[in-house]
Design a protein around this ligand. Structure first.
Ligand SMILES: Nc1ncnc2c1ncn2[C@@H]1O[C@H](COP(=O)(O)OP(=O)(O)OP(=O)(O)O)[C@@H](O)[C@H]1O
Ligand SMILES: [Mg+2]
Length: 381
């Protein structure tokens, strides 16, 4: 025997996970920062909840922006993700720590404390590697000696030492969904907000999600980064676990920049290697068609809306609703008001864009048929 044989093995965390149950898990992921992940994740979750589905929104970005977006920073339950971290590392249900922040919308609050999830998992992975080496007959020095790295580097090339990705989140979410089912109030959708460039966490999210949607800005840097997410999803498939790219959402475009939009969509086509998605044909149950990965609807840029939304802890369609219901400024002045308060006239347009994007995303999830008409009355944008 020329040397020890290592194989990429399914991580033990996956044992017992019911991947059928995880069909409702949608992750919003991008390798680039600031491309609209959190905005998309929170608004998708919020919109789905307005239809009456019970929705769980999980913030796995240590920046904790979901909490900020929903106005929860000062909430007494804001533990910056500590409880979430502990539950995930233990592979336990997170249902009991989720906070209902809107009717039917539960949020697992994240923040800086979730950063240690990666640290712990990396350490576990190192321990696992050392154990494998020891089992294969290598003399493994104590980690303090700092020598084990050299041993790893000296291993023959044909040995695949790429570690199995972790299924801890899959386990925790499976148990969460099972607990909600048992309690008689199942989740219809789980949305995960994710950090840019945090490999351990991202692999865990990919290990738990059935669907991945990736937002991008029109610049080539963010568009090229979409390829990395696609490759990561492909590399994460493992036996019973299947994860598919569901779509790419172009954000940050306006009607005035049609050429930019065309160029960006062509670049996304290239970055996705013209990958298609098998989508249901609208109005024809059971029939499918191949559609481009990039979604038809895009999200326009409205700085005023985004700022107003975050400063008020409101979702974009909530800001739009308020905008439509507010008294015209001249009436306010007549009534004696000194200032009409902040305005975001772009909110209605941006909310309409996000709704179109949401409709298309939900339509692409076979387990989650969604019709825009279902929530038009309530959101009324
Ligand atoms: N369509 C938009 N128009 C204007 N501003 C937007 C839009 N979408 C998001 N923003 C703003 O841009 C910033 C980045 O958006 P967001 O937080 O959603 O991106 P992200 O990809 O989650 O970022 P990060 O990688 O830091 O988590 C935020 O301040 C947000 O309010
Ligand atoms: Mg974010």
């Amino acid at each position: 025997m020329s040397g020890p044989q290592f194989h990429q093995v399914t991580h033990p965390d996956f044992e017992g996970v019911d991947f059928d149950r995880l069909q409702v898990v949608l992750a919003v992921m991008a390798q680039k920062g600031g491309v609209g992940k959190t905005t998309l994740a929170t608004n998708l979750a919020g919109l789905a909840a307005t239809r009456g589905d019970r929705v769980l929104l999980v913030d796995l970005d240590p920046q904790g922006n979901v909490r900020d977006e929903l106005g929860l920073y000062d909430h007494e339950h804001n533990d910056a993700g500590e409880a979430l971290r502990e539950a995930i590392l233990a592979g336990e249900s997170i249902e009991q720590l989720a906070l209902e922040v809107r009717p039917r919308l539960d949020v697992a609050i994240g923040g800086i404390n979730t950063r240690a999830i990666s640290d712990v998992l990396v350490r576990e992975k190192n321990d696992e590697m050392l154990a494998q080496l020891a089992e294969a007959g290598y003399e493994v020095p104590a980690p303090e000696a700092g020598e084990w790295r050299r041993i790893v580097y000296d291993l023959p090339e044909e040995i695949d030492f790429s570690p199995a990705y972790h299924g801890r989140l899959a386990l925790a979410l499976d148990r969460t969904l099972a607990a909600a089912e048992t309690a008689g109030d199942p989740y219809g959708l789980v949305v995960i907000d994710s950090p840019p460039n945090e490999r351990e966490i991202q692999l865990n999210i990919m290990g738990a999600a059935r669907w991945v949607v990736s937002p991008t800005m029109p610049d080539f840097g963010s568009i090229r980064a979409v390829t990395e997410i696609i490759d990561m999803a492909a590399a994460t498939e493992d036996g019973a676990h299947q994860v598919d790219m569901l779509g790419v959402v172009l954000s940050g475009v306006t009607d005035h920049t049609r050429n930019i939009k065309r160029t960006a969509i062509d670049a996304i086509e290239a970055a996705t290697r013209s990958q298609t998605f098998k989508a249901q044909v609208p109005g024809r149950p059971g029939e499918y068609e191949e559609v481009p990965l990039v979604l038809g609807p895009t999200v326009r840029w409205s700085t005023a809306t985004a700022q107003l939304a975050r400063s008020k802890g409101k979702l974009v369609y909530e800001v739009a609703d308020e905008h439509e219901q507010r008294q015209p400024w001249y009436e306010q002045v007549r009534a004696g008001a000194k200032s009409a308060g902040p305005v975001a006239s772009g909110a209605v347009g941006m909310a309409a864009d996000i709704m179109d994007v949401a409709t298309e995303i939900f339509h692409r999830m076979p387990s989650y048929a969604f019709d825009k008409a279902d929530y038009m009355e309530e959101a009324d944008v």
